[in-house]
Design a protein around this ligand. Structure first.
Ligand code: BGC
Length: 835
């Protein structure tokens, strides 16, 4: 085997923390604190500095920093809440509880590891991921019979973990407290005067327990806060940082209140078809429209201080509406930041719409008591458009557009009304992803919604609000050219033309020679722990291969690897998850190289900060780490919609709302790509909203819902940030695998949105599924659809493409176009690869 040139090894031999680690930890800590959402506080928070507290719950000593699966990040070390509180000078009255818990935890971890190893041995390492995700680690609860404690205040950290490959369950121990947790919480509430509950979960859980015990004085949603979660927690509870996060999802009173509660994923009794019967009424669009009381509404979050928010000016330009909002910290004691949200009620006319939709948002600087700031928030007419399947167009209905401004959907107030004199067609589209069977979307209580709208119009009259009338003629429409030819630079053309036909085939099929063909990643690429790379067949012509890495909350690389006799000891995918828990025990006697990556807070928490500047900063930090480790393409961010709280991967995604999802993904992308020569892969296009049978489930969804909800975030991210790549999803949409969908990969992505990068498949989408499940994606159809790259690729994929070329089902032109798109991106990474 060829020896590795030391110069090409990523990572370092010296274990001392490097400057980037120190700097990025600080960003991770700030981001966590900014994204925590204070759900309830009767005044107990902030605590006095140095206060004596009792600390319970699995997440106290073992705070869950992030979810499982490819979104995991292997960091140097994380700060737990226990550690963070001690570092901040709090006195922990019952540390023994956590010491005992840690012992039980370590024992349970090792038992779990051995069980997984055992099963992998029996079924083969190719099935590791399936085995690992279907049997996730169940954390012990700790001692539930707690000894008497004189301490007044207790903090209970309730943790949950979930991830790729399996959806969550609305059962005890997952969506609900387990029986042991119930007992523990009851005992804590008996022993302590005031109880603070921190929710350390990647997704929504039932908070009914908070109604049961009066002495639960505060609830803080810390999601999964990354490696500095414990320090951020101490910052917030001590009042060093005033909480300013806001929910990006609606927290229902009961799981049953979600519109698809009984049919989501396995709940319907079948994981093969997923009928999107709720249509556009997902999240607040449902709760707000039909007056379903939420426990905590979308956009909600408390602060230690108070703000006064007033819209001072609305200006209408031809294609843009601009709102100036004054925010004043009216509190006396704490400085803080406020998130301003703008919602619009669009006219109800030809088609029924949600009562309100988020149209813009912004966050203030840290305002001292008495200090104020003017925020200018903008959105376009297109953001207010609806999609009509009948017209095959995005259009604006004639009537009143009522603008609301506030710090949550529930708390927003009418700020102005814009009246559109006539209907306006903004753009005509081709019909895409047609339904292959009938779908009856629920009407819910339409009458209630329409009456609500009528009452709102009455109120506007009553309040004497002056409407500003806009003539539809002033608003610019735009045309879509579905035949537009793509431009490639002469360099891209020339280099691509050098490849032989067979090299072209190799170029579009990952790199099966290097891949270990595991389900995720290959750990055998040039950077240990990275996911698969693109083919190196072009290297002799000066076309570098693209090196990809996962980890939606940072980079997932092996944190250490070994070099023996000049060769990297290759480990498989198993070694690159759970911080290396499944890596083989004793090493050889080689040299150890370290690659420590920063575990940022998970996507939902990042979004909950609503702070685009901070999000950009996180992106830039990830981009810098990519450049340090020789990764050129990040397999993130993920921006699927939180359609139901039980989706296993929700932690990797931002919100139930497409605007939040799109803006955050765009900002992360701009941050990463500001580094130069590195790029993002926004994923998974589209409707990857369930994990059970994720490769074979068919999302049956109307075109309107698809466009307004599930594609919208991707559209925003593509149009505003031009990510280097897009990853299609595993699932089918209306009977067609997304990787085989010309409508998605070409008509929508390139022609409608102007995407200029390349499209890749999710891992092994061309692998046949067991009998009784859907057909897998067809390799050559990926290429003709415009899904340019099959990852990580197999030799069968190549054969299939060769056959299709020879029998004429795939044209050479199509193949070459995919090659050119990959080459174009590969060349843009050259700057990094040349160092
Ligand atoms: C996941 C992707 C990930 C890929 C590569 C798949 O299982 O769905 O999100 O990027 O693996 O690791």
């Amino acid at each position: 085997m060829k020896k590795t040139n030391e110069k090409n090894l990523t990572g370092v031999k010296d274990k001392t923390p490097r400057l980037y680690e120190i700097q990025h930890r600080e960003i991770a800590k700030r981001a966590a604190a900014e994204g925590f959402v204070l759900l309830k506080n009767n005044g107990i928070l902030p605590l006095k500095k140095g206060e004596k507290i009792a600390l319970y719950g699995a997440g106290a000593a073992k705070t869950v920093k992030g979810g499982i699966g490819s979104g995991d990040v292997n960091e140097r070390a994380s700060v737990s809440i226990l550690q963070g509180m001690k570092n901040a000078g709090f006195h922990i009255a019952n540390e023994q509880w956590s010491i005992d818990f840690e012992n039980a935890y370590e024992k349970a971890r090792l038992e779990w590891r051995d069980r997984i190893h055992d099963r992998v041995e029996r079924h083969g390492s190719a099935r590791f991921f399936e085995i690992y995700t279907q049997d996730p680690f169940v954390c012990p609860t700790g001692e539930i019979n707690i000894p008497p404690c004189s301490c007044e205040i207790a903090i209970f950290v309730l943790s949950r973990n979930a991830g790729e490959g399996m959806d969550r369950k609305d059962v005890k121990g997952d969506y609900y407290l387990s029986e042991d947790e119930e007992v523990l919480l009851r005992n804590i509430c008996k022993q302590h005067h005031s109880v603070i509950v921190a929710i350390n979960s990647g997704g929504i859980i039932d908070l009914g327990f908070a109604d049961k015990y009066e002495n639960i004085c505060a609830l803080l949603y810390i999601v999964q806060p990354g490696m500095e979660g414990g320090s951020a927690f101490a910052d917030v509870v001590s009042g060093n940082v005033t909480p300013s996060g806001k929910l990006t999802d609606t927290w229902a009173l009961n799981y049953k209140d979600y519109p698809n509660a009984d049919t989501f994923s396995y709940k319907s009794g079948s994981v093969h078809k997923e009928y999107y019967e709720e249509g556009i009424f997902v999240g607040y669009r449902y709760f707000d429209s039909f007056d379903i009381k939420a426990r905590y509404p979308f956009g909600y979050g408390l602060s230690y201080t108070e703000f006064e928010i007033s819209a001072t000016k609305i200006e209408i330009a031809d294609n843009q509406i601009e709102i100036t909002v004054n925010v004043k910290n009216t509190g006396m004691a704490f400085s803080g930041k406020e998130v301003v949200q703008v919602y619009t009620s669009c006219p109800q006319g030809e088609i029924i719409k949600e009562y309100r939709r988020l149209s813009a948002f912004g966050k203030t600087q840290n305002l001292a008591p008495g200090e104020e700031e003017n925020l200018v928030l903008r959105f376009g007419w297109y953001d207010l458009a609806s999609f009509s399947e009948e017209k095959s167009a995005w259009f604006l209905e004639r009537g009143d557009y009522i603008i609301w401004v506030g710090s949550s959907i529930a708390g927003s107030r009418i700020a102005g009304v814009i009246s559109l004199d006539e209907e306006k067609i903004l753009s005509k589209t081709q019909a895409v992803c047609p339904l292959a069977e009938t779908l009856e979307e629920h009407k819910f209580n339409q009458e209630l919604l329409l009456n609500k709208r009528l009452r709102l119009e009455e109120e506007i009259k009553h309040l004497g609000i002056i409407k500003e009338t806009v003539s539809a003629g002033r608003i610019k429409a735009f045309e879509i050219d579905y035949d537009k030819s793509e431009f490639f630079s002469p360099e891209v053309e020339a280099l691509s033309n050098k490849l032989t036909l067979d090299e072209c085939v190799k170029m579009v099929v990952g790199d099966p020679e290097k891949s270990h063909q595991e389900v995720i990643g290959d750990s055998g690429g040039s950077v240990p722990g990275s996911a698969a790379s693109t083919s190196d067949v072009g290297i002799k012509y000066g076309i570098p291969s693209i090196v990809t890495a996962d980890g939606t909350a940072g980079l997932r690389l092996q944190k250490e690897y070994e070099v023996v006799d000049g060769e990297v000891v290759r480990l498989d995918f198993m070694s690159s998850v759970e911080g290396g828990l499944f890596a083989p025990g004793k090493k050889n006697s080689g040299e150890i190289y370290y690659q420590y990556c920063t575990a940022f807070p998970v996507a939902t928490l990042v979004a909950q900060s609503w702070d685009t500047a901070l999000i950009h900063e996180i992106g830039a930090a990830i981009g810098r780490e990519m450049s340090i480790f020789g990764i050129t393409l990040w397999l993130a961010p993920g921006l699927n919609i939180h359609r139901n709280p039980l989706c296993g991967r929700n932690y990797e995604y931002y919100s139930e709302d497409p605007l939040v999802s799109g803006v955050v993904a765009a900002e992360i992308t701009k941050g990463v790509q500001s580094i130069g020569g590195v790029g993002t892969t926004i994923k998974h296009l589209a409707c990857n909203n369930q994990e059970d049978n994720r490769s074979g489930s068919d999302s049956v969804v109307s075109e309107r819902t698809l466009r307004e909800l599930y594609l919208k975030g991707f559209e925003i991210a593509v149009k505003t940030a031009q990510p280097m790549s897009v990853m299609t999803s595993y699932n089918l949409i209306n009977g067609v695998h997304t990787a085989n969908s010309y409508d998605l990969c070409t008509s929508v992505l390139r022609h409608e949105w102007g995407f200029g990068g390349f499209v890749m498949s999710d891992w092994e989408t061309t692998k046949p599924l067991p009998e009784g499940f859907a057909e897998c994606s067809v390799p050559y159809l990926c290429i003709s659809a415009g899904n340019d790259l099959i990852m990580p690729g197999t030799f069968n994929d190549m054969d299939n493409i060769r056959r299709a070329l020879s029998d004429g089902s795939l044209s050479q032109k199509n193949l070459l176009n995919s090659v050119k798109r990959i080459v174009r991106s590969a060349l843009s990474t050259k700057k990094q690869q040349n160092g």
